[in-house]
Design a protein. Structure first.
Length: 207
């Protein structure tokens, strides 16, 4: 049974909020009604922040992390170990690993993982740019830190095969992160230990 709304404006707003992942129509309605009770200045600040984010946010030209400038603060930090690159799915994993304070290298954000069922192939991700970074030299280790799901493992193996021609050590985070878990939801202690106790990729899988 379709929900009837007393206002077409309300219905349109609910329809837009309900397009967000994890937001159903009931939650969308609750959020809209909350915003209606707020001062105009609060709603204007809210909408302005979203619009400014969409229009002005940048992606680091080195690692593809979200940032405000051409190069993100991590890549421009001279104290980081530029010879080690941690490969992650998206910015949420960067934030999760940074919160552990156990990793001092750089990152490479793929922008997703290989998932044929969702129509996502290698060409849709920043894999070629990772290979390009490695081919330029100066990289001693690639840390694969993707979620321990079938899609994550598929992406790990694809990257491993692409990087085999290069003289670079390829490791993956230790399986302290349970099989099937997503990196962003792992607690900081477990994730930190997984980073520190990473293992060689070719010793983790039977090729």
């Amino acid at each position: 049974m379709n929900q009837k709304y007393p206002s077409i404006l309300l219905e349109n707003a609910v329809n837009e909020f309900a397009k967000l992942p994890g937001i159903g129509r009931k939650t969308a309605l609750r959020l809209i009604l909350y915003l209606l009770r707020q001062d105009n200045s609060m709603v204007e600040s809210f909408s302005e922040a979203l619009l400014k984010l969409k229009q002005e946010v940048k992606y680091c030209s080195h690692c593809y992390n979200i940032c405000d400038d051409e190069i993100c603060p991590i890549c421009s930090d001279k104290s980081r170990d530029a010879s080690v690159i941690c490969v992650v799915e998206n910015i949420k994993e960067v934030m999760a690993i940074e919160n552990t304070m156990q990793y001092k290298g750089l990152y490479h954000v793929l922008g997703g993982i290989i998932s044929p069922l969702d129509g996502i192939g290698p060409s849709d991700l920043e894999i070629d740019s990772l290979v390009e970074r490695v081919s330029q030299g100066g990289i001693s280790e690639i840390v694969l830190a993707l979620s321990t799901t079938m899609e994550g493992d598929t992406t790990n193996f694809y990257i491993y095969k692409k990087l085999m021609p290069y003289d670079v050590k390829i490791t993956m985070i230790a399986r302290g992160v349970s099989i099937g878990d997503e990196i962003e939801y792992a607690d900081e202690i477990t994730l930190g230990r997984s980073i520190l106790n990473r293992t060689l990729f070719n010793e983790s899988y039977k090729m």
